[in-house]
Ligand binder design. Structure first.
Ligand SMILES: C[S@@+](CC[C@H](N)C(=O)[O-])C[C@H]1O[C@@H](n2cnc3c(N)ncnc32)[C@H](O)[C@@H]1O
Length: 184
């Protein structure tokens, strides 16, 4: 892929990747999801909308990054509402990945850093306070530097951070949302 490349880790049903691909036609997007049904729904959505600058991959993200993504090649990594619950993580283990812990730990953050270009952006949003604290510690102990989040969504009527299905649910329930941005 030539030019700027951004990835959406655990893209779910594709709400975010479809919107960002529409807003940034000059950027290439890759959505990755371990859940086949989610990956298929996301790809259908992109195809229906004719968004040729985005594709979906059905894979476990760490495997995908290690096997298919060159070092210092990503301009941005989006991780929105990563699965916090062990039961769901084990259920998602359909690719025989042996997943038995939360995705974002020190090793994963360090791996992401090797795949981001210098100046590449990492954004994380979650509704899970404890997971957020774990992620913040891993970032502090990495080569990423935390920076202020400036919302890229251009529409002034857009009041969400990223507008994913999970963000809408959390907001409807009046729950807290935690977010951070870091630069490689
Ligand atoms: C809680 S959902 C969030 C979906 C979407 N980002 C949102 O905000 O609505 C988490 C998604 O990450 C996917 N996922 C979890 N672990 C993953 C992994 N190791 N590799 C790829 N996808 C993963 C799940 O299948 C699920 O679709």
């Amino acid at each position: 892929m030539a030019g700027s490349v951004e990835i959406d880790v655990g893209c779910g049903r594709g709400t975010f990747i479809a919107r960002i691909a529409r807003e940034k036609p000059a950027v290439s997007f890759i959505g990755i999801d371990i859940n086949e049904s989610n990956a298929n729904q996301s790809q259908d959505r992109l195809s229906k909308e004719g968004l040729g600058n985005a594709i979906i991959v059905h894979d476990e993200v760490q495997k995908f990054l290690i096997r298919h993504v060159q070092h210092e090649s990503l301009n941005a990594v989006h991780i929105y509402f990563p699965t916090p619950y062990m039961e769901a993580i084990r259920k998602a283990n359909i690719l025989g990945t042996g997943l038995n812990q939360r995705l974002i730990d020190q090793g994963f953050v360090n791996l992401l850093h090797t795949k981001c270009q210098p100046g590449g952006i990492l954004r994380v949003v979650t509704g899970h306070r404890h997971y957020f604290q774990e992620i913040a510690v891993a970032l502090t102990n990495s080569l990423f530097k935390e920076t202020p989040w400036v919302n890229p969504i251009r529409s002034s009527s857009f009041s969400n951070l990223v507008g994913t299905g999970l963000e809408k649910k959390q907001r409807a329930l009046g729950k807290d949302i935690y977010f951070l941005q870091a630069v490689a």
